[in-house]
Every structure is written in structure tokens, then in C-alpha cells.
Design a protein around this ligand. Structure first.
Ligand code: GLU
Length: 308
């Protein structure tokens, strides 16, 4: 089998315990399948990028013997590919310019009777869907959105995961109603994560996406974009999250500290515990990883059991 996996960090800071879990799981799964493992630096969200963080991340991975099989791909070099994808969506009538401000979107939603916020993002009320209205035309174009109403019908995407099932995660999403016409290129000119990740997973030939469960909610949108762009859909495995002291996903706000890499085997062992791997005895990161690959078979067999 041709297996290509990847780890795709956003260089907004160094790796923390949670991101190492995703890196380790994607590496183990690639090696278990005799596949290749790539790293992609997701630096399209320019305001969030911390200068030097990508280099720190690559150094942290190397200290854990997690070395990609090819030089990393930097999304900041990929404008032409994202432009081409956007042009294709426009030609298909699936992408449109939107000149609305956030405030106008909020006001239009209130007028329509819903103050529906979702992860801080609002479902777009459709003001510019049929073309930017005359009153807004003199504004510079602010964002580009994907049309999620197709012939008046909503778009429903059903997907499968190698670990999650419908008892813990909604695996059928009515993208039109749950998310709406989402952004492909932001008002500040930055490419949206959804478009960049779909274009690059396909360009890198990624067959298996292994990433943290906090990203599961994006999967339906990404599958929709893959279909719209005529790209294959990879297999998905969303891994358990490291929780902070408050029970929420670990983040800088609830205690994520920079990884302690004085003893990389101890750090890898802590990440492995989150994935359900048994304790392993090995002196070096390389030897530890070899043992972990063997143990990974048991983990994925357990993940695939329904109703954990
Ligand atoms: N860049 C994303 C993040 O760091 C991950 C993207 C992905 O794995 O699909 O959260």
C-alpha cells in the first residue's frame, strides 16, 4: 500500500505536549504501514506566526527522532497553488467575493432572527451570495467564500474516522446549516486553513490524515472542498487530546508548557500514554520509537472497536 502521512503544525509557538501527541501518532501510523511521513509548516495565518517557531518545532521533532522523509513544505510558498484552486472554484460558480464587515454580518443575522455564533465564527447570512450589493461595491473586496447552497439544497457530508464514532462526534454534517458559506481567503488576504490544508494534502499525496480530535469538526468542510476540487479524500484518524488542569484541551491558557526535551524518551513516553500505548523500555528516542511502532498495531485495533 502507498501510505503518505503528515504532521502539519502551525508555527504560532513551540510544540507542546498536545501537539507532540499528534506528531507521534502520525509518525507511528506511517511507519506501521510502511509509509512515508511528511511535515508541513502551516504558516498561512500570518498574524499567528511567531518568527523562528517553525525552526524550533523542527528541532524539537528531531530531538525526538521524528524526522520527515522529505524537506518540510512551507505553506507560505504555496500562493500559486491556492490561487489556482480558488480560480477553479470560481469557474465552477462555487466561490464568491464578500464585502461584508463582521459587524454587518452580525446585524444581518440578528435581523434574520438568529444570533448564532459557532466557535466565534458566525454563519454567513448570504448578503453577497448573489454578487456584492451595489451599496458595498466601492469597498475593496474583503473575503472570498465557498457557496454551500447548491441548487437551493443544503450540502450534507458524511465521513468516517478510524477512531471516533457517532457516539462521540457528529459524523454527518449539514455544512450549509452548521457552518454556512465559509471563508477561503480572508479579508486580510491570508488563505484560510480549510483551503490550504485541502490543496496541500492532495499536492503531497497524503493518503492518511492523523491529527488531534480538536480538528475533527473541520473534516466535513475539507471533504466538501476535496469534492469541489476533484481531489481524493484521505482516511482520517483523530487522536485523543491532552487535557489541561481545567479539563479543556491543553493550550497556553490552561497550562501548556514548552516541551521538556532534556529527556526525550520521557517526553515521548508521556505522549504515548495519551494514545494508550503501554510503557516501553528503551534508552534512546530511536530505539523507543522502534518499540512503539510494534505496540501501535494494538492501539489502532482498539481504536477501531465501536463504542469505546
Ligand atoms: N495546522 C493545524 C494545527 O496546527 C493542523 C492541521 C491539520 O492537521 O489538518 O492545528
Amino acid at each position: 500500500m502507498t501510505y503518505i502521512g503528515r504532521f502539519a503544525p502551525t508555527p504560532s509557538g513551540p510544540l507542546h505536549a498536545g501537539s507532540l501527541v499528534a506528531a507521534l501518532a502520525s509518525w507511528l501510523d506511517a511507519r506501521h504501514h510502511g509509509g512515508r511521513w511528511l511535515v508541513r509548516i502551516e504558516d498561512v495565518d500570518r498574524p499567528r506566526v511567531l518568527p523562528g517557531a517553525a525552526e524550533v518545532i523542527l528541532g524539537q521533532l528531531a530531538r525526538c527522532a521524528l524526522v520527515p522523509d522529505e524537506p518540510p513544505l512551507w505553506q507560505s510558498t504555496r500562493d500559486a497553488a491556492y490561487e489556482a484552486a480558488l480560480a477553479r472554484l470560481r469557474r465552477a460558480g462555487l466561490a464568491y467575493d464578500c464585502a461584508c464587515t463582521r459587524r454587518e454580518i452580525g446585524e444581518a443575522l440578528l435581523l434574520q432572527g438568529h444570533a448564532h455564533a459557532r466557535h466565534g465564527e458566525r454563519i454567513y447570512p448570504g448578503t453577497c451570495r448573489g454578487g456584492v450589493p451595489p451599496a458595498l461595491r466601492r469597498r475593496p473586496v474583503r473575503a472570498v467564500r465557498l457557496l454551500t447552497q447548491r441548487g437551493g439544497a443544503p450540502v450534507c457530508i458524511e465521513w468516517e474516522d478510524r477512531r471516533l464514532d457517532a457516539s462521540v462526534q457528529n459524523m454527518t454534517q449539514n455544512v450549509t446549516e452548521a457552518v454556512g458559506d465559509f471563508v477561503l481567503r480572508r479579508a486580510d488576504g491570508c488563505w484560510a486553513y480549510q483551503l490550504a490544508v485541502v490543496v496541500d494534502d492532495a499536492a503531497q499525496g497524503v493518503t492518511h490524515v492523523v491529527r488531534g480530535e480538536d480538528l475533527a469538526d473541520n473534516t466535513a468542510r475539507q471533504i466538501l472542498l476535496q469534492r469541489d476540487l476533484g481531489l481524493p479524500t484521505p482516511s482520517y484518524l483523530h487522536t485523543p487530546l491532552v487535557l489541561g488542569a481545567d479539563g479543556a484541551k491543553l493550550s497556553k491558557q490552561n497550562g501548556a508548557r514548552a516541551l521538556d526535551l532534556a529527556d526525550p524518551v520521557a517526553t515521548l513516553s508521556a505522549a504515548a500514554l495519551v494514545l494508550g500505548l503501554p510503557p516501553l523500555l528503551a534508552g534512546t528516542p530511536g530505539a523507543w520509537l522502534d518499540q512503539a511502532v510494534s505496540a501501535w498495531a494494538g492501539i489502532i485495533a482498539r481504536y477501531s472497536q465501536p463504542q469505546r
